[in-house]
Design a protein around this ligand. Structure first.
Ligand SMILES: [Mn+2]
Length: 572
């Protein structure tokens, strides 16, 4: 386990101005997260950035409007993760209600590759004979697929949010806030956010023309789920989308499929938090694409009644259990491989972790790479065999400061024979190698990573410093829970402090329950989950330095303040 270095988030002086309107604590938290005015905190839907600076949007809207009127056969081509599934569902529901002839295709990425590939276009023609293809959450690099579609007289609209350095494909319309020359005010929209903007503009246009239209806000639950599950940065615009979606779910005014998923997860809709979208709903939808077929996830979102949704939600839950089982097994095998490698102590972890097992599952390598990266704070690539067994496919996850796509590119430049394909971002990438090149690739990659500043490999945890005596209260905990939505890029408040341990006990030899005190507070309840891997059960604990979230323990209708410990260091 890498031990974290706790660092207090720098707080700019703007906090003073904010605290004229809100509590000094919230002002300090917001300012440290880049908020400069109270206006930026508004979660009203009318504060959403208007669509008109989004390049390609008008063109896409006009084309879709026409396609509905002319009963053009539209095919949505999505992606196999939760963002792709929510985007697809949003298109299906909205266009369908506007009277379009619309169907969807979720390609098996293991077979057909990523994006709108010529193989997927061929499959689309065979199964659906579409006249217009609309991509969601993919397509920005699908030049060959667009050519193939055009050759079959199919028009293409691309909606995507992925970064690109190349000129986008030439097709009827390309909507992507991350394409060159797009002046839309947020680059953080998820694929489902882009689809939402297109459809909302389409709905407005049709309403103005007196045509069949709908109110898009009814689907913000779906938008919120895709946004959080895709780990999109929660900038001001995305916070508005997520807050509105969470509010709808809390009121039960959401898709029956979401209520079914919450029911199966044993969660009450009225209590869910934005983070729950990522921890409870997202993984269950994602499991379909990872383990079997995303169709189940999309159909669950499309279901019109709870009864129709429930068996699909059940199936998703089973797939998620299966995913967890496979993940746990792969992670254990990964740890065994690491222990048997030349690096067998925790202070001697290689600069990058690169692992392959012939039995590993392609759908889960990304999650396992992410877990290993978290645990060891090293850039990590986990490989599984390709369908034909000649290649291995890897999923890479990085630490802040190491651009992993660029590092892979450098290996490919030095030794082109080592890497067949690659693509991705700074923090996550995917790649394919000839199977026999695994060892050579590993050596070359580790060498490139080892050349980075050693300071990057020290795990750091940003905190919001210490709380004052009066801030240790249920009211503060409630205020903080209300003050989000917290998430990626808008981190939930995390405090730190030194405490004397009044008492403690292990729960199921896994979790640690403690009673703490310091100068600010005489007795605080605290819980630290999954500490068994980090601490010896018989180790005495007297003084600790902890990083914690202020949490509400809601037990049998009684609410009590508790510190939810994220990091614990024993001082004596
Ligand atoms: Mn996405």
């Amino acid at each position: 386990m890498s031990s974290y270095q706790l660092i207090a988030r720098p707080c700019p002086p703007v906090a003073a101005q904010l605290s004229e309107h809100i509590s000094p604590l919230l002002a300090r938290l917001y300012a440290a997260r880049g908020v400069e005015s109270v206006e930026q905190l508004s979660l009203k839907l009318n504060r959403l950035i208007p669509a008109h600076h989004m390049k390609g949007l008008d063109c896409a809207v006009n084309l879709l409007d026409q396609a509905i009127d002319q009963q053009t056969r539209i095919l949505i081509v999505g992606d196999f993760d939760a963002d792709g599934a929510t985007s697809t569902a949003l298109m299906m529901l909205t266009l369908g209600q506007m009277g379009a002839q619309v169907d969807y295709l979720v390609p098996d990425r293991f077979k057909y590759g990523y994006g709108l590939t010529p193989e997927i276009v061929a499959l689309a023609i065979e199964q659906y004979q579409p006249q217009l293809i609309v991509t969601v959450d993919n397509g920005i690099s699908s030049h060959a697929g667009v050519v193939a579609a055009h050759a079959a007289a199919i028009q293409v609209i691309i909606t995507d949010h992925h970064l690109t350095t190349k000129t986008p494909p030439e097709c009827a319309a390309v909507v992507n806030p991350n394409q060159p020359d797009c002046n839309f005010g947020s680059k953080a929209l998820a694929g489902v956010g882009v689809a939402f903007y297109v459809l909302a503009a389409l709905a407005t246009q049709r309403k103005q023309q007196g045509k069949t239209s709908i109110n898009l806000t009814q689907y913000l639950d779906i938008v919120a789920i895709g946004t959080v599950a895709d780990v999109a940065q929660l900038d001001a615009n995305n916070r508005i989308l997520v807050a509105a979606g969470v509010a709808r779910i809390r009121q039960g005014a959401c898709r029956p499929g979401i209520l079914a998923l919450l029911e199966i997860a044993g969660r009450e809709a009225y209590k869910i938090s934005p983070q729950d979208l990522g921890f409870v709903i997202g993984p269950r939808i994602n499991a379909a694409g990872r383990m079997e077929n995303m169709r189940i996830g999309i159909d669950c979102l499309l279901a019109n009644t709870f009864e129709e949704a429930l068996p699909l939600a059940q199936k998703l839950d089973e797939l998620n259990r299966e995913r967890r089982r496979v993940e746990a097994q792969m992670k254990q095998e990964a740890l065994d491989l690491l222990a048997h490698s030349a690096y067998n102590t925790l202070t001697d972890i290689p600069p990058a972790i690169v692992l392959f097992e012939p039995s590993w599952h392609q759908g889960v390598i990304g999650i396992v790479a992410g877990r290993l990266k978290e645990q060891f704070h090293r850039p990590t690539i986990v490989f599984a065999p390709s369908e034909d067994g000649l290649f291995i496919k890897g999923s890479a996850r990085s630490i802040v400061g190491v651009h992993i796509r660029d590092a892979i590119e450098r290996v490919a430049e030095q030794s082109p024979e080592l890497v067949s394909h690659f693509g991705g971002h700074a923090m996550a990438a995917g790649l394919t190698l000839p199977r026999q090149q695994f060892d050579a690739f590993t050596a070359a990659f580790q060498q490139i990573i080892a050349a980075h500043d050693p300071d990057l490999f020290a795990a750091k945890l940003m905190t919001d410093g210490e709380l004052q005596s009066h801030e240790f209260s249920l009211d503060t905990a409630r205020d903080l829970a209300q003050a989000g939505p917290w998430g990626q890029g808008f981190a939930a408040p995390l405090f730190e402090g030194h405490f004397d341990v009044l008492e403690y006990r292990w729960l199921k030899d896994q979790h640690l329950r403690l009673k703490l005190k310091n100068l600010q507070h005489p007795a605080l309840e605290a819980i630290a989950f999954n500490m068994a891997g980090q601490l010896a059960l018989d180790q005495p604990i007297r003084k600790v330095h902890v990083a914690y979230q202020l949490d509400i323990n809601d037990y049998q209708g009684r609410q009590r303040l508790q510190l939810m410990i994220q990091h614990l260091e024993i001082l004596s």
